[in-house]
Design a protein around this ligand. Structure first.
Ligand code: 5AD
Ligand code: SF4
Length: 443
């Protein structure tokens, strides 16, 4: 390969933590081949945009960003690479319609990036426009043997499985990230030890469907316990599991291991059994509630969060009321609530009409957000008067005179630094004297 001068690469990441983690893999692979990274887009020879396809507004945000890059590219030579889920999802549309894009690579094709970028840079030097695409999904690619080039900080992401075989009818992920495959536990443990040696205090295990992790006799409960046993690691988190397989052994592992965080993000999606069935979620509202109950019986201090979609195909007022009722019954600690956004090629796009008017979807989201906000505020108030352990992350967003950290349950705590502060990555105890729906205030 002919990388002549050291090309400067700038990478921008949209979407979920899995994309953050993928960008770290991309950085590692490119650095190995002599590429150098810069935080300053103005100086970059190559700009990579790691994209998300989960909802239409993710697409819109990225299109807006690409149009900004177009202006930059008019002023000077620039190679633009679009990576990730939107690249995979919109292959031909993006590739052919968009002159801006030189390289397109999907989530399973990043090993090809060094050669694709070198070819694009060479072509540009010769005044040629040559596009390079790598969009094959793989049943095996887990980027084994590549240690991510991590951002400094407190938390290290470790992807333990890739892809998803659930095919929830609304979801684009099985099409953008392909079939489910799990990594070798030994290499995951090696990565955890490496992160600990580099000073990371928290590990978050990632997978689109993380509790379906399976490798020979290893299941997710065994894996997370083994990661939490690694010396130097203070906290281990994971995201996101599917409620359909939450075995007692996993609940037990979370309950008993002191370093596995007492937080479970458990996507509900809807409270109406009819809608859950159309979504292909394979559980009923009652089964979800029973799981919540089971988890709370074993781990009373657990923090439970969720995802909910409003306005899925054919959702009636009655269906929506079922979601409201379930949210009120479950009393979860917080929720991300989205308007349904039809994605091309998904089962829902092929089989059902996206027939809830946008305005009504918006009204339902607003109503549910309000209901959940009150529940969250109420639940957060339970911490007032208690002492919690926080892992310090740094300054609060609002003021550098305030520190910020997270509880074991992933709730944000803010304090005035003069009441006691420490370096990011330190565990501190804070006494909580006030709480809102977003924050606990401690001293
Ligand atoms: N429309 C709206 N929300 C979606 N999600 C996934 N697909 C869609 C879609 N088509 C939500 C789900 C998922 C979260 C990551 O995004 O709630 O849990
Ligand atoms: Fe977006 Fe889903 Fe892809 Fe993550 S996996 S980047 S949320 S589409």
């Amino acid at each position: 390969m002919s990388v002549k001068t050291l090309p400067l690469v700038h990478i921008e990441t949209f979407g979920c933590q899995m994309n953050e983690s993928d960008s770290e893999l991309v950085r590692a692979m490119l650095k190995q081949e002599g590429f150098v990274f810069t935080d300053d887009r103005e100086r970059a020879d190559v700009v990579l945009v790691n994209t998300c396809a989960i909802r239409e507004n993710a697409h819109k945000k990225i299109y807006l960003h690409l149009s900004e890059l177009k202006t930059v590219k008019k002023q000077r030579p620039l190679v633009v690479g679009v990576l990730g889920c939107m690249a995979q999802n919109l292959k031909s549309e993006l590739a052919h319609k968009e002159p801006l894009i030189d390289v397109l690579a999907g989530p399973d094709s990043y090993r090809q990036l060094p050669s694709l970028l070198t070819t694009a840079l060479d072509a540009q030097e010769q005044g040629l426009a040559r596009k390079g695409f790598a969009l094959d999904l793989s049943e095996y690619e887990t980027y084994e043997g590549i240690l991510p080039d991590r951002n400094d900080g407190v938390n290290a992401w470790i992807t333990v499985m890739r892809g998803c075989d659930n095919f929830c009818s609304f979801c684009v992920v099985p099409y953008t990230r392909g079939r489910e495959r799990s990594r070798d536990p030994e290499s995951i443990l090696l990565e955890a030890r490496d992160a600990a040696t580099r000073g990371f205090k928290q590990i978050t295990l990632l997978g689109q469907n993380v509790n379906s992790y399976r490798h020979e006799e290893w299941d997710f409960a065994k894996l997370i316990s083994a990661v939490a046993d690694q010396p130097g690691i203070e906290r281990v988190r994971f995201t996101s599991p599917h409620p359909k397989d939450f075995p007692p052994a996993l609940i037990e592992a979370i309950a008993t291991h002191p370093r596995i965080c007492k937080h479970i993000h458990l996507p509900l999606q809807a409270g109406s059994d009819r809608i859950l069935e159309l979504m292909g979620r394979t559980y009923t509202g009652a089964e979800y509630l029973a799981l919540v109950e089971r988890i709370r019986m074993t781990i009373p201090c657990i923090v439970l969060t969720t995802d909910i979609i409003c306005g899925f195909c054919s959702e009636s007022d009655e269906d929506f009321q079922a979601t409201v009722h379930l949210v009120e019954q479950a009393q979860l600690d917080s929720a991300y609530i989205f308007k349904y956004s039809e994605r091309k090629n998904t089962i829902a796009a092929r089989k059902y009409a996206d027939d809830v008017p946008d305005q009504l979807k918006g009204q339902r989201v607003a109503k549910l957000v309000e209901i959940q906000r009150a529940i969250t505020a109420e639940r957060n108030r339970r911490y007032i008067g208690k002492t919690v352990e926080v892992l310090v992350e740094g300054d609060a967003t609002r003021s550098s005179t305030q520190g910020m950290g997270k509880t074991d349950g992933n709730i944000t705590v803010v304090w005035d630094k003069h009441t006691g502060h420490s370096e990011p990555g330190t565990l501190m105890t804070k006494h909580i004297f006030d709480a809102s729906a977003a924050t606990l205030y401690g001293a």
